[in-house]
Design a protein around this ligand. Structure first.
Ligand code: NAD
Length: 497
């Protein structure tokens, strides 16, 4: 069973565990209680550049890109089996790094194994397609090839899930990669590299650098030997990655933030609407890119719905990852706690009505963790800071609407477009609204389900490209057109004189 490495040799380059070239390390601290989790290597640009050179060599030698897609798929299926075998160890490591409840980390591990299984099965199914040339004397096909060397940069909220959405399709397509997970939550990425090696991944195909974005991450966007940079994180960083990647015209895939509407019509089942509104925003203390942070409720149901959400929010039990009573956990860091609190203060200063929360919970047991109370801010105005900005914390804002057109207009009034929910007992209305929402995923009478076989990604400034589904594999492939003349002979395009 893999163990997180405590010896601070946590860079995985060319199949070897090595320390940072300059010997720097970083302590990983549990956000729930401030305890030391582990110490990892702090890579600098030189380490990442070395990993890029290794991944380039491994790509060019064809030891992975030249294998059959079925064999690559088999490796991913073996990875899924190991993830199931070692689920307890993985989930514990994820919870220690993030502070999230153990049961939620266990769900994440199930989703991660399912992701590897999906891409493992998909890998060998698509040999490209024949194209009609219009001539019996020529054949033409479009085939899919790996993009090459992929740089992957991931966030801290679903650390290994976000990694899996990149690593599984990248390997299925025959790429090599360098992964830079969030500097706050590297433990499960370290475990994954051990699992990939155990499953038979050749040395140099998958490489890991643990460190900060500015130092270890930036070369993955800038370096000419990176063919694709795939980034998941905040909008501000995504813009920067895009700009850094532009001079080398590499492929760029961005999974960014969201300011996700949850539209509740007055004909919804009341208890269901309350239940999902709470789950949509307060799951993992709102640190979910697709969190239903904007409750947009029809006038007739507004007062009763908000009263009940406030009552229930005040009963949510907060605690650490191994507290079996806890229903939600801490924020990731003191900096993030400050950011969430600043957001709340700003929302209230501009006229939002604070109905509950807006501060840290009291009590000794919360003193060493970054906890924040579930917060509800009513009567926020369109165009205001509270509506535009992502808090990425346990903060629900409430807006009202009158009719269907009004609901769609308000829900689309954001520069983000990641996900949204619609609650109504009228199936035709639900479909009409879903079709009009400019968001990459729409849930009807539900919130948050992700399926590995369904594309995930953002409209507008929530991103570029898609993860999961067939398009998620396509992200890591180049299409090549191969045309063959079956009866070659002079064409006499130019005269012979
Ligand atoms: P972040 O943008 O601060 O960091 C994400 C990653 O980028 C980290 O690994 C970080 O080290 C790295 N990074 C930072 N600066 C960099 C630079 N200059 N060059 C290269 N890499 C750099 O985001 P975060 O705080 O870790 O995550 C929260 C954000 O992620 C939220 O906005 C959330 O909505 C978004 N997110 C989106 C999705 C999605 O699927 N769309 C999923 C999860 C999280």
């Amino acid at each position: 069973m893999p163990q997180a490495d405590n010896s601070a040799s946590t860079l995985f380059i060319d199949g070897e565990w090595v320390p940072a070239a300059d010997g720097r390390t970083r302590q990983i601290i549990c956000p729930a209680d401030g305890q030391l989790v582990t110490t990892v290597s702090e890579a600098g640009a030189a380490d990442t550049e070395r990993a890029i050179a290794v991944a380039r060599r491994a790509y060019e030698d064809g030891a992975w890109s030249g294998t059959s897609a079925w064999d690559r798929g088999d490796l991913l299926l073996r990875v899924a089996d190991i993830l199931v075998r070692d689920k307890a160890e993985y989930a514990r490591a994820e919870s220690l790094d993030t502070g999230k409840r153990l049961v939620e980390s266990e769900y994440d591990m199930d989703d991660i194994a399912a992701c590897f299984r999906y891409f493992g099965k998909l890998a060998g199914q698509d040999a490209g397609r024949l194209v009609d040339t219009g001539s019996p004397d020529a054949i033409s096909r479009v085939q899919h090839e790996p993009v090459g060397v992929c740089g992957m940069i991931t966030p801290w909220n679903f650390p290994l899930l976000q990694v899996a959405w990149k690593v599984a399709p990248a390997l299925a397509a025959g790429n090599t990669f360098i992964l830079k997970p969030s500097e706050l939550t590297p433990s499960t990425a370290i475990l994954l590299m051990k699992t990939l090696a155990e499953a038979g991944m050749p040395a140099g195909v998958g490489n890991l650098v643990t460190g900060t974005g500015a130092e270890a991450g930036q070369p993955l966007a800038e370096h000419p030997d990176i063919d694709l940079v795939s980034f998941t994180g905040g909008l501000h960083t995504g813009r920067k990655i895009s700009a850094l990647a532009a001079p080398t015209v590499k492929k760029v895939a961005l999974e960014l933030g969201g300011k996700n509407p949850n539209v509740v019509f007055a004909d919804s089942d009341f208890d269901t609407a309350v239940d999902f509104a709470l789950m949509a925003i307060f799951l993992h203390s709102g640190q979910v890119c697709s969190a239903g942070a904007r409750l947009i409720v029809q006038d007739e149901m507004h007062d009763a719905l908000v009263d009940e959400i406030v009552r229930r929010a005040e009963q949510i039990r907060i605690g650490g990852p191994f507290d079996s009573e806890a229903e939600t956990g801490p924020l990731i860091s003191p900096e993030h706690l400050r950011k969430v609190d600043d957001y709340v203060q700003e929302a209230v200063a501009e006229g939002g009505v604070l109905r509950t929360g807006g501060k840290r919970p009291e009590g000794e047991r919360f003193a060493n963790g970054h906890y924040y109370l579930p917060t509800v801010i009513d009567e926020v105005q369109q165009g205001s800071y509270a509506v535009i900005e992502e808090s990425f914390g346990p903060v629900l804002t409430v807006e009202r609407f009158t009719d269907e057109d009004d609901a769609v207009r308000i829900a689309n009034d954001t520069h983000y477009g990641l996900a949204g929910g619609v609650f109504t007992s009228d199936p035709a209305k639900a479909q009409r609204v879903a079709n009009r929402l400019r968001h990459g995923t729409v849930w009807i009478n539900d919130f948050h389900p992700y399926l590995p076989q369904a594309e995930w990604g953002g409209h507008k400034q929530s991103g570029i490209g898609r993860e999961l589904g067939r398009a998620g594999l396509g992200e890591y492939q180049e299409a090549k057109h191969v045309y063959q003349n079956l009866r070659p002979g002079p064409q006499h395009w130019f005269s012979e004189k």
